[in-house]
Write a protein that binds this ligand. Structure first.
Ligand SMILES: [Zn+2]
Length: 211
């Protein structure tokens, strides 16, 4: 009997793991952001059929949204992966709390587009690479910069530049937003000027395609 008691946590852990692996993930989008998510998703036809769960969280440390692969997805082949996009219910603006749902619609779409850019980046990585990604993201500032700029770039290359610019400007031009957060955005993400430069380049390659 004692032996079984000792093994019980292990058995429970195994059962839990099996449940996690067998659970078929599906797209879940809270009603309150359905429209914004749909608009952002339309720009990423490659993500069609990849389950993404959008989920509100009371508070996320240091960020407004966060895209991550699910654990069960990491145990499966890349084509069977699924993701979670966590959205903080509120974020702080110099001590004052601000509801994420209160930001202008286009700003929210830009924010979601950036997160979908992360998912695009993850989809190009193998499982081990993705685990390494998580570790490097936590440890290396330079890597954070690379990852954030890659997410922005994916969104811009999918025609979301207007939304991404609105999100940036919302943060950078909002006088009440914390200076440290603004500094963080400036340091790690594409600047509005860089985004405009990217759009110009895209347009010129598009035009030369026609020639
Ligand atoms: Zn990001």
């Amino acid at each position: 009997m004692k032996k079984i008691q000792k093994l019980l946590p292990l058995i429970l852990a195994i059962i839990l793991l099996i449940i996690i692996i067998l659970k078929e993930p599906i797209n879940t989008i809270p009603k309150s952001i359905e429209k914004e998510v749909e608009i952002a998703l339309q720009h990423f036809p490659e993500l069609n059929g990849i389950p993404i769960e959008f989920k509100f969280k009371k508070n996320i440390k240091k960020s407004v949204m966060q895209a991550q692969p699910t654990w069960s997805g990491l145990l499966r082949p890349r084509s069977k992966r699924s993701y979670k996009i966590l959205i903080s219910e509120k974020f702080k603006i110099s001590g004052e709390e601000f509801k994420t749902l209160d930001v202008p619609e286009d700003v929210l779409i830009g924010w979601i587009g950036h997160e979908l850019g992360h998912v695009m980046d993850y989809q190009e990585r193998g499982n081990l690479n993705l685990i390494g990604f998580g570790i490097r993201y936590v440890l290396l500032k330079e890597f954070v910069k690379k990852a954030e700029r890659a997410a922005d770039s994916f969104a811009v290359s999918r025609g979301m530049s207007e939304y991404i610019l609105k999100t940036k400007r919302f943060i950078l031009n909002h006088s009440e937003i914390d200076e440290t957060y603004k500094a963080h955005i400036k340091q790690y993400y594409l600047s509005p000027d860089e985004i405009m430069e990217m759009v110009k380049e895209q347009d010129s390659t598009k035009n030369s395609d026609f020639l």
